[in-house]
Ligand binder design. Structure first.
Ligand SMILES: [Fe+2]
Length: 105
């Protein structure tokens, strides 16, 4: 019984994480891509491609979640965190000056 409850809780937490990843990609990526477009940021396609790769990965997580993939829990705790950190602290930092020059927040 305890194990069943814990498995149910883990699945519930996993659904919550996937939902947050969905929200993140929908809100953050579209806003950022819009800003890069308005600023005429020349490297926006490379940034957008990283978004596309992340989006595909989230889609894969959703598919595996629906299939009941047991390996998903460990993977989802590492991959999105690493990707978000590297993208925000790396790729996204490259457009900050360009957006500021164009008065875009
Ligand atoms: Fe980005």
């Amino acid at each position: 019984m305890f194990e069943a409850v814990m498995q149910s809780k883990a699945k519930e937490d996993l659904a919550c994480i996937i939902d947050e990843l969905q929200k993140y990609r929908l809100s953050h990526f579209s806003t950022e891509e819009d800003y890069m477009q308005k600023a005429g940021y020349t490297e926006r396609e490379a940034n957008r491609q990283e978004h596309t790769i992340f989006t595909a990965r989230v889609d894969e997580f959703i598919k595996r979640y629906r299939e009941g993939d047991d390996g998903l829990v460990a993977e989802i705790m590492v991959h999105p965190t690493t990707w978000i950190h590297e993208h925000l602290c790396g790729t996204d930092q490259n457009y900050v000056a360009c957006l500021q020059e164009h008065g875009i927040p």
